[in-house]
Design a protein around this ligand. Structure first.
Ligand SMILES: [Zn+2]
Length: 174
């Protein structure tokens, strides 16, 4: 087992930065105390990680809470395991956290929009997807848009053949 703290940590992390996962060169590696020593953090491996020197410098004496925020701000993919059921009441904090399955309400909005478009309805999967995206002010995830398309097909509103979309019901008034 490697003996110096930096070698132990490098070994444990596969030679990669704890935060960005890049391979660390000898010049770049530094030991980051998760709870800063200035805040009472210890030198044990428990409290230490190796990471890029530049990030270590940036994190400096931040509290663990502030560090978490810095790290999470860089994580585009992180999602809490919300079912999406309580999304409405969650307020603006969860605007960017999207459930995978589109709601009935969203489906109704899409149907109303298509109704308004009458003969100007999108004719390809691509344009329909971007129409839906714009309708929801680009707040939907790709999986939600895919889910809406699935539901439109499942309810028989559209049928998809290759990249083409056709509408089962003739537009009213056309
Ligand atoms: Zn890094």
């Amino acid at each position: 087992m490697p003996t110096t703290p930096i070698k132990r940590l490098l070994f444990a992390q596969g030679g990669r930065c704890f935060f960005c996962n890049d391979l660390l060169s000898a010049a770049e590696v530094s030991v980051e105390h998760l709870v800063a020593t200035a805040n009472g953090g210890g030198n044990s491996d428990e409290n230490c990680v190796v990471c890029c020197r530049t990030l270590n410098r940036l994190l400096g004496r931040m509290s663990l809470k502030e560090k978490l925020r810095v790290v999470l701000n860089q994580k585009g993919q992180f999602k809490c395991p919300n079912s999406g059921v309580n999304r409405k009441s969650a307020g603006h904090y969860h605007v960017m956290v999207s459930p995978t399955i589109a709601s009935e309400e969203q489906l109704a909005q899409v149907l109303a929009d298509l109704e308004r478009r009458r003969t100007a309805r999108p004719r390809t999967v691509k344009t329909l997807s971007s129409t839906i995206n714009v309708l929801f002010k680009k707040q939907l995830s790709e999986s939600e848009i895919a889910s809406l398309l699935d539901q439109l097909q499942a309810t028989g509103v559209i049928s998809v053949s290759g990249t083409k979309v056709s509408y089962t019901h003739a537009p009213s008034g056309a």
